[in-house]
Design a protein around this ligand. Sequence first.
Ligand code: IMP
Length: 429
Amino acid sequence: MTLNMVIGAQWGDEGKGRVVDLLAAEADFVARYSGGDNAGHTVTVGEQTFKLHLIPSGVIQPHTVGLLGNGMVINPIVLLEEMEKLRQAGVVINPERVRISYAAHVITPGHLALDKAREMARGDEKIGTTQRGIGPAYNDKTARGGIRMETVLSQETFADAIEANIEKVNRQLTSLYGTPPLDAHAVAQEYAGYARTLAPYVGDVSGMLAEALESDQSVLAEGAQGTLLDLDHGTYPFVTSSTPTAPGVLVGLGVGVGKVGRVLGVTKAFQTRVGEGPFPTEVFGDAAIRLRGTGENPWDEFGTTTGRPRRVGWLDGVLLRYAARVNGLTELVITKLDILSALDPLRICTGYRVNGDRLENLPLGPSDLSPFEPVYEELPGWEEDIMGVQAWENLPPQARAYIQRIEELVGLPVNLISVGPERDQIVQR
Ligand code: IMP
């Protein structure tokens, strides 16, 4: 059957987890294809709030199988902790329900230490990474010196590989960054234990998906991070080290191009970003607090993984059009529309101005956005609380007009709109 994709259309944190949770109701497999525990997906079901970093949020639906694809980088400690937390919350986690690609890469304590040391060394030019060892693990992968998950199938081989990795990292930590070395032998011994626990979960994800797609089963790819954090197509160098865009699904799961169905681009009704880098429509002061929240609610704009306050701003239509293009999106999902209630007027960036000229699209991608000044269009806001609305017709006319303007600007339909954090706070058109 088909492979549908849920892709972040902004700088991550778009609310993909809850969209995946909804669509997973009709999927047999839900698969993560890129990134690692730099991601944080939140799903609220009744009284329970699940925060997932590695396991696809689709596993909260009891009939699905969760897959961790070859494009991922996996910290074994975080994975085991997450498995345990999910079990305690009543989610069944066993090797029938969760499979890890043999070709996914392992994040070691050495990668974590290097991520921190490199950020410190960058000083004012830091990227603002999540310090989860993501960049260094992908560096090892592309330099052909990484440790793949298949290594856990032999405890001894895994321990040797970890020890060699830490020794290699120690040379960099001490000579380049003046940081104390890690105890390679102790880390290797500790990791040998994780190998035993994880070995039954390792398998051929690409092969499983090929079989599933040949039969009548459906697969949902769960994006992490977002288009503007893509290593090639994002705001380089302020990006992550993987490919969160739609083509990354195929590479990161080992699936061919022929089976792709819906490509849903998830965007908030406004714009957020965590970490450094350009953000043309950013707002500050009271307006920022209004969009970000104060941190009292779990859905306020504070990072799920790092707790950092997110930078916030108006929706950027230029960047959203760009995301539609590089992903080949077939539709948009808009989240957090409720946050715009009682804000009047609303603003959308429809173009950029540079040297007196108006641009509708980016001449050279989004890596250098500094010359551009956003051109805003103002739209009337609405007063009503819309968190209880479930039908399109019941949204205030101004809210419908806001959504319709986004559809026009991007040239894509909006079929799902979330109006609150709960599973049923969603308007399906
Ligand atoms: P890294 O992925 O930890 O290397 O971080 C690189 C950049 O991506 C930083 O600006 C992070 O804040 C950002 N980033 C990584 N993962 C996420 C995410 O899941 N949501 C939002 N930003 C992220």
